[in-house]
Design a protein around this ligand. Structure first.
Ligand SMILES: C[S@@+](CC[C@H](N)C(=O)[O-])C[C@H]1O[C@@H](n2cnc3c(N)ncnc32)[C@H](O)[C@@H]1O
Length: 330
């Protein structure tokens, strides 16, 4: 994909463009919204400075663009059981401690912090320091009841998460993360949460199902190739939620799942456009023989999107795992 984002070596953060400027600023394609450039790499475009072995990095513009659709999709039904669990925790002077894994620019905290009562301290984890800057700058400030929300950032690889790293945690969250992990990494995550005795709210994992209206004969084949692309190199892609539910259950947690689909219509055209480019691009990367047909398909779909005539449902699943509290009964 073209025009990778450049990092800012001097540590400064550029002004955050709004989603619309972001969508228009890069030749219509946001790196990080689509597939990797090379077979064998993880599912986003690498930044220009990144070496071949470096993990992929996500463009903040893509994360910003999806944030409103994510917020609209999130499963509110999982919040009540979570609130009950948090209310039953022994009180802590600074309030609850929430670790957000793979925080990106911090959209999970901006959504969840104002849904929960009481003081909160958020520890935002990501391996990308550039995204951590964005997350720190735009962190939530107050809880539902006006209590204080504080934030710190931690750079690191969540594949190496230990129960120690989560010691004292009241809650672990993640959003749009599980599907880019391996089974082993999800096992590590579940074991770390169970070891720390804290619940986990793991949201917006792709479910591997997409519906486009009006339909097109190539929809199913593109969808299948995209799912295969997501599963390459041992990543779980659409199998992530099932794997996570199993891993948490094996660690003694009670697991609840809830759908959290994106429902994209004319008001979300900029996001739909980027999503379409990434979805079709990944399918072609996976099955190069589809290229000619897929190019025509994409052009047709983009034209319908621009005309306000396309609706897309991208199915996701949210998962709440209530682990047994450490040292106590469930
Ligand atoms: C799809 S983005 C989601 C970001 C954010 N949670 C959101 O919903 O907007 C995935 C994020 O996970 C981070 N990430 C992926 N694998 C990671 C790992 N092994 N360790 C730390 N961060 C990781 C990426 O850097 C990226 O910020």
């Amino acid at each position: 994909m073209t025009n990778p984002v450049t990092t800012h070596q001097n540590g400064t953060i550029p002004a955050q463009p709004g989603p619309r400027e972001a969508a228009e600023s890069m030749d219509g394609v946001i790196p990080g919204a689509g597939p990797s450039g090379k077979p064998g790499s993880r599912p986003t475009v690498k930044l220009r400075e990144a070496g071949p072995e470096d993990p992929p990095r996500y463009a903040p513009e893509w994360l910003q663009l999806r944030e409103p659709a994510d917020a609209a999709a999130r499963a509110h039904d999982l919040l009540d059981p979570l609130r009950i669990r948090l209310a039953n925790l022994p009180g802590k002077p600074g309030g609850v401690v929430i670790h957000d894994l793979g925080c990106g620019t911090g959209s999970m905290g901006r959504w969840l912090a104002p849904c929960l009562d009481g003081a909160q301290h958020w520890i935002l984890h990501d391996r990308d320091p550039y995204l951590l800057h964005f997350a720190a700058v735009a962190s939530p400030r107050s809880a539902a009841d006006g209590s204080r929300v504080t934030v710190e950032t931690r750079r690191g690889d969540i594949a190496r998460l230990t129960p120690d790293a989560l010691q004292g945690a009241s809650l672990v969250t993640a959003s749009a993360l599980l599907d880019v992990l391996t089974r082993e990494e999800i096992g590590t995550l579940a074991a770390a949460c169970a070891g720390a005795g804290c619940p986990a709210l793991l949201t917006l994992s792709v479910a591997g199902r997409v519906e486009l209206t009006p339909s097109h004969p190539l929809d199913a084949e593109i969808g299948q190739a995209f799912n295969e692309h997501q599963r390459r190199d041992g990543l779980l892609g659409p199998d992530a939620v099932t794997a996570a539910a199993e891993a948490f259950s094996e660690n003694g947690a009670t697991v609840r799942l809830h759908p959290s689909p994106w429902r994209l219509g004319p008001d979300q055209a900029a996001l739909t456009e980027q999503w379409l480019r990434g979805w079709v691009g990944a399918a072609v990367e996976q099955r190069p023989e589809l290229r000619a047909e897929a190019d025509a398909y994409l052009a047709e779909r983009l034209a319908a999107c621009a005309a306000g005539e396309l609706r897309v449902t991208v199915h996701h699943t949210d998962l709440l795992a209530l682990c047994r509290p450490a040292g106590g009964a469930s």
